[in-house]
Design a protein around this ligand. Sequence first.
Ligand code: TYD
Ligand code: MG
Length: 461
Amino acid sequence: MSKRHLTFICQNCGAAHGRWQGKCEGCGEWNTLSEEGAERPAGPGRKPGKGRLFALEPLAGAAQEAPRTGSGIGEFDRVTGGGFVRGSVLLLGGDPGIGKSTLLIQAAAALAGHRQHAVYISGEEAVAQVRLRAERLGLSQAPVQLAAETSVEDIIATLSEGKIPRLVVIDSIQTMWTDTVESAPGTVTQVRASAQALIRFAKKSGATIILVGHVTKDGQIAGPRVVEHMVDAVLSFEGEGSHQFRILRAVKNRFGPTDEIGVFEMTGAGLREVANPSELFLSERDLGQPGTAVFAGIEGTRPLLVEIQALVAPSSLGTPRRAVVGWDPSRLSMVLAVLEAHCGVRLGGHDVYLNVAGGLRINEPAADLAAAAALVSSLANAPLPADAVYFGEVSLSGAIRPVAQAAARVKEAAKLGFARAIVPEAARAEAGDGAIKLTDVTSLAALVADIAARGKRAAAA
Ligand code: TYD
Ligand code: MG
């Protein structure tokens, strides 16, 4: 007697459980288990113990550079590592409305413009809606082939007919479903099985597939957490809703770097590439205001100057507020602790707000010094020099530690018209005194004393 086999699958991490329970043992999330029919085992049935023999190859051998196709969008290619690799599958995640569909229709049109066969399959919008967007982008004449389909079997059958496309966009993976599993579309089991089938098609045919994935409120690519492990690259498209800047970032990339970013601007006619992001991020500076410092950062191989803004104000709350946008909250806590412990800056009674201008998110510890300068500048009500940039890591002892690529940071600052840089000691030797004046600081206390003196001079004047 065969009983239909049911399992409970966590919709967050994909772990399977034999019975329902409130908390997933896999990832610790609550209320994420949902009942799904078990997947039928994939592949043809085979008696155990009987396997096909295959030849093993030596590791040494001629390695081929993966053949790539440029997308026609420079900032996109920078993130993928120089174009789409044949037969690879990418997952593009991002908040709803951030511009994923816009980016991909533009990429498909650019590719098709170079006489490459590009197909755009939408599971969320009707063909007419996709056309309408393309028209708005001025791409209505691009030779991209469209369809509004959600059945993976139908899609693969159609794509296998005739000429294999160079690029296939699947918008989105959560809307796809396959006959091979019984669960409803959008469940982890369906998403995983659909992705598996599409990945198999990509590897076999050599087409590049981009899967669009939705992101949950806590920033995870929903459901397809499991898909992240299966695909060759995971890209995330980010930006603050209120800003027009959009950042494309590689979270995982089997064929390229993961620290490069692509910068775009959302305009009335689609996404525009931003070739010089520093200019853009510094375009709306409040000159002469206390609490702002320019950080000379590095994203991948590209230097990037951004303004860090701080507001330190007396608090009326028992536990003062600490709010950060665009930076790591635990690094802010660390910098505040070092300011208290080693520099005599009392912040226990103050609310502290820190913001990275332009909606950019910074991950580098090198931003410590700029953040600290902005915080102290706000507290002391002392504007920092408008022509200075800052970089350096703050250690728990209050020392300023060297950071990578000092010369590139200084060069970018000089290019944008800055006259000086406040840097760790070692950076002076590396970057050398050239176009701009380098001032080294060895401890955070020295920087604080310097800014406080500026504040006193400003108050006296
Ligand atoms: P969309 O690509 O549909 O986002 P996603 O697929 O990530 O959900 O983009 C939707 C937003 O982009 C929408 O709020 C309008 C805006 N937009 C523009 O500002 N300019 C444009 O040319 C287009 C096509 C969209
Ligand atoms: Mg969309």
